[in-house]
Design a protein around this ligand. Structure first.
Ligand code: COA
Length: 249
């Protein structure tokens, strides 16, 4: 069986690599399950101090696998596997670091909202295409993006769904550090090493304190979005959009 999530644990850092480069690291249910288990392992492990998420090849992730979305419309409860990952990502107690090159689409962007340190290179292109796909925002992005940029800009990013670059991602506070193409992983690794050398309990308590003022809102938003998202998956608008992509119209 192909291994679509690679895991490496070294020097207190767990590195998770989305490894499906021929599909621009689009994420399937099996991959979500593996990511959730890996985060759970990191949460319980004394030895893992931080987790770095990256993509193999030239891209971070083209988001949810659209072919699987078509099947999920028939079995919407299976979407809970995705929601379990979103919850694990949003409530992970240890530092999450991301290294982004190339395409970051849908959940490939929204998962960054729950990371603590994000490095993106000049090659990165961010897209939130939910509405164009007949869907609605997920991963608490309908709360967190307006919180970052205000309603009008959030509408532009989440509803118009136009692509934005690393400069914009840096300016709106989604990205800590912008770098040259090809350098994201090594800079993110330096961040991961730095944070994993800090006193671990103090890091975790500080992350919890930083997030506490709005953590309840994140969890409420996650469940509100999940309900609507599940309904939208079988809508005619969504089915038309998936068919168009899969037949490359
Ligand atoms: N799900 C399934 N397959 C995907 C995918 C996705 N989300 N994104 C890309 N792929 C596949 C393509 O079908 C193609 O496969 P093929 O070579 O077997 O035909 C391969 O990855 C390369 O993608 P391609 O579309 O040829 O690359 P591109 O550079 O022209 O465009 C994107 C890149 C990311 C803009 C484009 O692939 C895209 O729009 N993908 C869908 C993104 C999306 O809507 N994600 C869901 C968010 S909720």
């Amino acid at each position: 069986m192909e291994n679509f999530i690679l895991e490496k644990i070294e020097g207190g850092v767990q590195t998770l690599t989305l490894n499906r480069p021929d599909k621009k690291n689009a994420i399937t249910l099996t991959m979500y399950q593996e990511l959730t288990s890996a985060l759970d392992k990191a949460k319980k492990s004394h030895d893992i101090k931080a987790t770095l998420i990256t993509g193999s090849g030239n891209d971070f992730s083209a988001g949810n696998d659209l072919a699987e979305f078509v099947q999920l419309a028939q079995t919407p409860d299976k979407l809970n596997i995705t929601f379990d990952f979103l919850h694990a990502n949003a409530t992970h107690p240890k530092p999450l670091i991301a290294a982004v090159e190339g395409m970051a689409v849908g959940i490939g962007v929204t998962m960054l909202l729950h990371c603590d340190l994000v490095v993106a290179s000049d090659s990165a292109k961010f897209i939130l295409p939910f509405v164009k796909l007949g869907l609605v925002p997920e991963a608490a992005s309908s709360y967190l993006i307006p919180n970052l940029v205000g309603h009008q800009k959030a509408f532009e990013l989440l509803v118009l769904g136009e692509a934005f670059d690393t400069k914009t991602a840096f300016e709106i506070g989604l990205v800590n550090k912008a770098c040259n193409a090809g350098d994201a992983y090594s800079i993110a690794s330096e961040y991961a090493a730095k944070v994993s050398e800090l006193p671990s309990e103090a890091v975790q308590l500080s992350k919890a304190l930083l997030k506490q003022p709005y953590q309840d809102k994140i969890e409420l938003t996650l469940s509100r979005e999940s309900r609507v998202f599940k309904e939208r998956l079988s809508s005619q608008e969504a089915r038309d959009a998936f068919t168009a992509f899969l037949s490359k119209k």
